[in-house]
Design a protein around this ligand. Structure first.
Ligand SMILES: C[C@](O)(CO)[C@H](O)COP(=O)(O)OP(=O)(O)OC[C@H]1O[C@@H](n2ccc(N)nc2=O)[C@H](O)[C@@H]1O
Ligand SMILES: Nc1ncnc2c1ncn2[C@@H]1O[C@H](COP(=O)(O)OP(=O)(O)OP(=O)(O)O)[C@@H](O)[C@H]1O
Length: 283
């Protein structure tokens, strides 16, 4: 095998609580992650030397800073022989969208190159390496919808409802550090048990970042106001995307056709098994 084409799906935070702040400034979260059947696509072609190339480059991100190339560099240290790859990226997910696009690309690179380079590191080690790249990478490596604690790395697999979603991107990039550094962000939600979060269900779920992001980014406020007029709506991660859940595809496509011009939107189905793991036959 010398070529692999694989998906890098989006994630949603179906709920997100901020329960504290660690000494190093990172926030303690409780969140429910679920994947969508929509995302980026990456193609990996084995090289006989130790070069790693990426095409096309992302605007504003130097290749060596791209999480895909950084994932490849981390893995190269684990090979006894020179290994390289030409990587093609079909980017669909908005950057700074709260859909975890960069983290998902990184996880897809870790799993693809582990296979292409015959490293066989296993998901535990790959998730550990992934955490060095970003708090959201481990869930994409493990590939199952999850209840997450810590900074998002302590994961318990769960099965959530799998509705259709309409995801609206109001055309701006939200800075995750800016949101986490905002003085008005509440960081004192009392921790709850996973059982309680699951029992409360989607009607009760909320995102503790939402009111702060609304204040800092009026475009997100507009999108939340518009979409919640049609169906129950939440922010994902620190935004900028907002999503609502629908019981069927017809309702979703009807909302999609009415989304305000200047915003981008897509519809997708929630998945408890990542499309990446489905493609790799890991479940
Ligand atoms: C908010 C979430 O999207 C929820 O899924 C993620 O926790 C964010 O994950 P991410 O984008 O992978 O974040 P990282 O690249 O690890 O961190 C970006 C910056 O956000 C802040 N950050 C991030 C995650 C976290 N639990 N606490 C934080 O305070 C830190 O300032 C960090 O420097
Ligand atoms: N392959 C990549 N795809 C997207 N962004 C990348 C990538 N590599 C590095 N980045 C950098 O990471 C930043 C965050 O991108 P990303 O799309 O992961 O944000 P996000 O969807 O808000 O993530 P999260 O929900 O994890 O906070 C970008 O602004 C960009 O500078």
């Amino acid at each position: 095998m010398t070529v692999l084409t694989l998906p890098a799906p989006a994630k949603l935070n179906r709920m997100l609580h901020i329960t504290g702040r660690r000494g190093d400034g990172y926030h303690e979260l409780q969140t429910l992650f679920q994947f969508l059947d929509h995302g980026d696509t990456l193609t990996f072609q084995l090289r006989p030397d130790s070069e790693v190339t990426l095409f096309p480059s992302l605007a504003g991100v130097a290749d060596e800073d791209n999480l895909i190339v950084r994932a490849a560099r981390l893995l190269q240290h684990h090979s006894q022989r020179p290994v390289g790859a030409d990587i093609q990226l079909r980017k669909q997910l908005p950057m700074g969208g709260g859909l975890g696009g960069g983290s998902s690309d990184a996880a897809t690179a870790l799993l693809a190159l582990d296979r292409l380079w015959e490293l066989d590191l296993g998901l535990d080690r790959l998730a550990e390496l992934g955490l060095q790249l970003g708090a959201d990478v481990p869930v994409f490596v493990r590939g199952h919808a999850a209840w997450a604690e810590g900074i998002g790395e302590r994961l318990v697999p769960v099965d959530l409802d799998t509705p259709w979603f309409v995801v609206v991107h109001p055309g701006i990039e939200v800075s995750t550090p800016r949101v986490f550094n905002a003085p008005q962000l509440t960081r004192d939600t009392p921790p709850i048990s996973m059982a309680r979060a699951l029992q409360e269900g989607p009607e009760a779920w909320r995102n503790d970042c939402q009111s702060t992001v609304r204040e800092l980014y009026p475009e997100v406020d507009d999108a939340l106001n518009w979409l919640s007029g049609v169906a129950p709506t939440l922010l994902t991660g620190t935004g900028a995307c907002v999503f609502c859940r629908l019981t069927n595809a017809d309702e979703a496509s009807s909302i999609l056709s009415r989304v305000r011009s200047g915003w981008t939107a897509f519809m997708a189905r929630g998945c408890n098994t990542s499309p990446l793991h489905q493609a790799l036959g890991l479940f």
